[in-house]
Design a protein around this ligand. Structure first.
Ligand SMILES: [Zn+2]
Ligand SMILES: [Zn+2]
Length: 248
């Protein structure tokens, strides 16, 4: 008898409860055929899109006169700019949570479509799109890397080359309770560059994709490594920015 695949079964059941293209991914409301990114009109109007943000890191927080936030004033980042589509709160926070922890893999497509729309308006021209890697056992347990799924979809739709440039070699799982200084320490040495990728990135502009930007420590560590291997410049695009809701 064939062994029962519980993971697949769970995904199938979730597909029945939350069918794609039928219910709003944010509130569960029934959708009509013309819905935008599997989002109902009410949610589309009320989602926390970031419209005014730090010129450097994209944080939706109070800014100094020159349009840069305190976090950016106090830190030197190895990426040129970071941007996020949404503030990490309310329905956005709950959909990201479902995407990461409730096996709702199908969410990558509508969520990545929001990244596509952002990138099409953003005045940058990346040569390569990459993602923040997950620690192997974590990816295996989850069944996917949520950032990779979004990055691949974005790359395909934008006709930009996708490549995984680094692996994660240390499981520094719980960053959530750490402050900025501790996070910076906690990400040191957690990524390893894949040496075969070196010719690929030489003098190239790289765009890193992740789900949530908090202090920038993770994306900065990745940027530092990719830059040190010969990339020209690095940009970061994440679905949501959580800095406005965290003590600096
Ligand atoms: Zn909705
Ligand atoms: Zn900033």
């Amino acid at each position: 008898m064939k062994k029962l695949n519980w993971k697949k079964l769970k995904e199938n059941i979730l597909d029945i409860i939350y069918p794609r293209h039928i219910k709003c991914i944010f509130c569960g409301e029934e959708l009509n055929d013309k819905s935008h990114n599997d989002t109902c009109e009410m949610c589309l109007k009320s989602l926390p899109f970031i419209t005014h943000s730090c010129a450097r890191c994209g944080a939706p927080v109070a800014l100094d006169n020159d349009g840069v936030c305190l976090n950016c004033k106090a830190n030197n980042f190895d990426f040129i700019l970071a941007r996020s589509v949404f503030e990490y709160r309310d329905r956005v926070a709950s959909v990201v949570h479902k995407f990461k922890y409730n096996s709702m893999k199908f969410l990558y497509e509508p969520l990545a479509n929001y990244l596509c729309e952002y990138l099409s308006r953003w005045d940058i021209s990346p040569d390569i799109i990459t993602c923040v890697p997950l620690f192997k056992s974590k990816e295996k347990a989850r069944g996917y890397n949520q950032s990779e799924l979004m990055a691949r979809h974005l790359a395909e739709k934008s006709e930009i080359h996708f490549h995984i440039l680094c692996t994660k070699i240390v499981d520094n799982t719980s960053q959530t309770k750490l402050n900025l200084k501790q996070r910076k320490e906690n990400v040191k040495g957690v990524f390893k560059f894949i040496d075969d990728c070196k010719p690929l990135i030489k003098d190239k502009t790289i765009l890193i994709i992740d789900d949530v930007y908090t202090t920038g420590s993770t994306c900065n560590e990745l940027s530092k490594i990719i830059k040190s291997k010969g990339a020209k410049e690095i940009y970061v695009l994440t679905l949501a920015h959580g800095l406005g809701h965290q003590e600096l």
